[in-house]
Write a new protein. Structure first.
Length: 210
C-alpha cells in the first residue's frame, strides 16, 4: 500500500475516449480546419486542450484558442449524466485504498470545474481528497508540476506515492517527480507507449494495484 495515489482522469477513471475524440473532430469541422482521425485525436488525450489541437496541426494562437472555446461548448452540450462510464474496478479499488487509510487525488489536464463535476456525478467525493485541473498548475503534464504540488500539499514523500495513468504523459509526470508509476492498459495509451515511458507497473485493472 502507498500513502498517496495520484490518478489521471480521462482514460484512467472515466471512459471519455469516444466523447473526447468525437468532440475534437466536431470542433475541427466547425472551425473550418482539416479533419483528423479518431486515432490521431486519441494520441493527444492528456494534454491541455490548446496543445491537443496544436499536436494535430500547426495553428496560430488565435486558432488554438478558437478550438478550445468551440470544444468546451460542444463538450458541455454533449456531456449528459451517464455518457461517461467509470472503468470496471476503479471505484472498488479507490474505496479499498481509502479504507486502508490512503489519500487519493486527481491530476488532470481537464478543466477544474469539469473534473469536479465528474467527481460529483460518479459519487467519488467521499474518496477524492484533492483535485488538480488544467488551470490549477503552472505547468501541465508531462511536467512533474501537478505531482510535486500534490506532494507538497500533503507533505508526502515521492517514494510513498503511486502515480497512475493511461498515457505516457502521466508516466513521465510521475517519474519526473521521483514517484513510482503505474500504467493502465485499458485506457487511451498502448502498452508499448507506457513501457517506453518507463512505467514501473502495468495493469489491466486497478483492483490488482496494492
Amino acid at each position: 500500500m502507498y500513502k498517496l495515489y495520484i490518478l489521471d482522469f480521462d482514460g484512467t477513471v472515466g471512459d471519455t475516449n469516444k466523447l473526447i475524440t468525437q468532440t475534437m473532430q466536431a470542433t475541427l469541422r466547425e472551425a473550418g480546419l482539416p479533419t483528423r482521425s479518431a486515432e490521431a485525436c486519441r494520441k493527444t488525450i492528456g494534454l491541455p486542450l490548446a496543445d491537443c489541437f496544436r499536436a494535430l496541426m500547426p495553428l496560430t494562437d488565435a486558432q488554438a484558442e478558437q478550438c478550445t472555446t468551440i470544444y468546451r461548448r460542444i463538450f458541455a452540450e454533449s456531456h449528459k449524466p451517464g455518457v461517461v462510464p467509470v472503468f470496471p474496478g476503479v471505484i472498488e479499488a479507490i474505496r479499498q485504498w481509502h479504507d486502508h487509510g490512503a489519500i487519493i487525488t486527481l491530476a488532470s489536464s481537464r478543466g477544474h470545474e469539469s473534473l469536479a463535476a465528474f467527481v460529483r456525478e460518479m459519487r467519488l467525493e467521499p474518496y477524492i481528497s484533492y483535485v488538480l485541473g488544467a488551470e490549477d498548475v503552472e505547468r501541465a503534464k508531462p511536467d512533474p508540476c501537478p505531482v510535486l504540488k500534490t506532494l507538497d500539499h500533503f507533505g508526502i514523500a515521492p517514494e510513498e506515492t503511486l502515480v497512475i495513468g493511461d498515457m505516457h504523459y502521466d508516466i513521465l509526470m510521475g517519474k519526473g517527480a521521483g514517484c513510482r508509476t503505474c500504467g493502465v492498459t485499458y485506457g487511451n495509451g498502448t502498452v508499448e507507449e507506457l513501457t517506453e515511458a518507463g512505467a514501473d507497473l502495468l495493469t489491466d485493472s486497478l483492483l490488482q494495484v496494492g
